[in-house]
Design a protein around this ligand. Structure first.
Ligand SMILES: Cc1cc2nc3c(=O)[nH]c(=O)nc-3n(C[C@H](O)[C@H](O)[C@H](O)COP(=O)(O)OP(=O)(O)OC[C@H]3O[C@@H](n4cnc5c(N)ncnc54)[C@H](O)[C@@H]3O)c2cc1C
Length: 218
């Protein structure tokens, strides 16, 4: 049986497979040894209380069920026909770049016009901006390749589920080289506070998002 479960755990438990398995077992009313493995679907931080910060984990749990990898969405960006219809996109920010990818999927040739500079050159303009306070109107924190998204640290993302499939976007990131972990563990912080208390221990930073409990294998 495969079940989805949402757990609220302490920060020191959020990266421990053993602790997570134990909480999942309690929540599902089964024994820890019955949990063959789990996929971490989402990890967010509930920092609304000043007394205690929690991690909220959404898991897909395999209970007495052979563990298997999650199916990956695949994308094809084939070369377009020479006579493919073309469309012009203004701006190479996240919206423009994703629109361009979608057009390629649909067989339309995107022509992206960007007023700013490429990422590498933007860095020089930002250094100058920070030093002199003078803004280059075409190349700054918002204008240039990647748009404002270039200088986002990527920690936060939309909670909206009305405007498209977030999961698909995360898989596109993986298609272009992001780690598997990026597909599942983007963090949403419900009320930021005391960030220094939230860092996971260094040795856990590369934890995979899918966990097979080999010790529980029967
Ligand atoms: C410092 C910073 C940090 C951020 N951090 C986060 C974060 O952590 N998480 C998050 O989810 N969001 C974050 N955001 C917000 C996020 O970056 C924006 O929501 C996102 O970039 C909007 O994408 P967009 O493509 O709609 O527009 P933009 O990113 O603004 O892209 C528009 C593009 O169009 C170009 N352009 C404008 N006018 C013209 C023109 N006339 N001709 C040609 N090109 C033109 C611009 O140069 C730019 O490249 C952050 C924003 C900033 C500024």
């Amino acid at each position: 049986m495969i079940q989805q479960v949402s757990l609220k755990v302490l920060p020191q438990e959020a990266f421990s497979d053993t602790a997570i398995t134990k909480h999942a077992a309690t929540s599902l009313g089964v024994k820890s040894k019955d949990i063959i493995g789990f996929h971490l679907l989402k990890r967010s931080i509930d920092a609304r209380s000043r007394q205690q910060v929690y991690y909220v984990l959404t898991l897909q749990v395999f209970v007495n069920e052979p563990f298997h990898d999650r199916p990956h969405l695949s994308f094809r960006y084939d070369a377009l026909k020479i006579n493919a219809p073309a469309a012009i996109i203004i701006g190479a920010g996240p919206a423009g770049l994703f629109a361009a990818l979608r057009m390629i999927e649909l067989g339309i040739k995107p022509i992206v016009l960007e007023r700013g500079k490429d990422v590498r050159s933007r860095r020089r303009d930002l250094a100058s901006l920070n030093k002199t306070g003078v803004v280059n109107p075409d190349s700054n924190y918002c204008f240039g390749e990647g748009g404002a998204g270039t200088y986002s640290d990527g920690k936060l993302y939309t909670r909206s589920n009305k405007r498209g499939d977030i999961n698909r976007i995360l898989h596109i990131f993986c298609h272009f080289g992001a780690t598997e972990k990026s597909c599942t563990t983007l963090i949403h912080i419900s009320a930021p506070t005391n960030f220094h208390t939230l860092s996971p221990p260094c040795e856990n930073k590369s934890k995979p998002a899918a966990v097979k409990c080999t010790s529980n294998k029967r």
